[in-house]
Ligand binder design. Structure first.
Ligand code: C2E
Ligand code: MG
Ligand code: MG
Ligand code: MG
Length: 281
């Protein structure tokens, strides 16, 4: 009313509150690097044949002074939106290479790289610099990308992927099967590894096929079998993500996936505990 007649209020109060929370998070995130609030946790990956540990995926954690541990799902999307993922991603790459250089060979480290990082001209140089500074051989580094990276499949993105590959870095397609055109992306680049999205694995749980969960649910087994076969034909490793139970593990083995990752093997663990985990195995 104070605004007078025929005015248009753009923000609802609650929307305003959300904007403020977002701005607060953004301000905090801009300081988090300098304040050393980010950490890496590592989740082991197991090759089924021989039950062999092959490496770990680096997963960022934000130890916020007030909010406590913040999940990457709650800040990576915003970091991508405002471009902050470029410096944060560089920190992740350097730290992950440094940590992995202290693990016994040939264990590798997998680093998630965002679409926005592929837009930056310097990605390949940054990776080379991280490898050189840490002493980690390129063959022990793996880059995980999602469909978002290939969405606007530019020449430059493909060129960047090929340049990484020429260094000896391996490239994985993350969250496979969740996007609109996962299959067609397999044709645009010769990935080393396909990571089958956790949703297909959790679909294996419980009462089995089509257990009244609605259309499309319960078919995880057939889908996993198909992707494992595809991986075999294309000479790619197939990793099942999010394996939580022994039952899921057995079915995944039966369907022919080569590798697994998930809480059953281990939750993501702090960097300082990785060597003990490796020794215990
Ligand atoms: P992602 O790359 O697909 O990573 C796997 C996620 O699944 C991780 O969540 C992991 O903790 C979780 N997970 C693994 N095993 C299980 C399981 O058995 N059960 C369940 N319920 N979950 C499992 P997290 O750490 O919260 O990371 C979420 C996403 O955030 C990642 O998905 C990745 O897309 C992104 N992310 C994490 N770290 C980074 C990073 O350093 N850079 C970038 N760009 N993205 C990151
Ligand atoms: Mg990943
Ligand atoms: Mg994934
Ligand atoms: Mg994911």
């Amino acid at each position: 009313k104070l605004d007078g007649r025929a005015t248009y209020r753009f923000f609802e109060p609650e929307m305003d509150a959300r904007m403020q929370a977002r701005r607060r998070l953004e301000l905090d995130m801009r300081q988090a690097l300098a304040r050393r609030e980010f950490q890496l946790h590592y989740q082991p990956q197991l090759q089924l044949e021989g039950d062999r540990l092959v490496g770990c995926e680096a997963l960022i954690r934000w130890q916020h002074p007030v909010r406590g541990m913040v999940s990457p799902l709650d800040f990576i999307p915003l970091a991508e939106e405002i471009g902050l993922i470029v410096p944060i991603g560089e920190w992740v790459m350097r730290q992950a290479c440094r940590d992995a250089a202290g693990w016994p060979a040939p264990l590798s480290v997998a680093v998630n790289v965002s679409p926005a990082q592929f837009k930056s001209e310097r990605l390949v140089e940054m990776v080379m610099s991280a490898l050189a500074a840490s002493g980690l051989p390129a063959t022990r580094l793996e880059v995980e990308i999602t469909e978002g990276v290939l969405l606007h499949e530019s020449e430059r993105t493909l060129q960047t992927l090929h340049r990484l590959r020429e260094l000896g870095v391996r490239v994985s397609m993350d969250d496979f099967g969740t996007g609109y055109s996962s299959l067609s992306y397999l044709r645009s680049f010769p990935f080393d590894k396909i990571k089958i999205d956790r949703s297909f694995v959790s679909d294996l749980t419980g009462a089995g096929k089509g257990a009244g969960k609605g259309a499309g649910k319960g078919d995880g087994e057939a889908i996993i079998r198909a992707i494992a076969g595809l991986g075999r034909s294309l000479g790619m490793t197939t990793v099942a993500e999010g394996v939580e139970t022994a039952d899921q593990l057995e079915r995944i083995r039966a369907e022919g996936c080569t590798d697994v990752q998930g809480y059953l093997i281990s939750r993501p663990i702090p960097a300082a505990e990785v060597l003990a985990f490796i020794a215990a195995r």
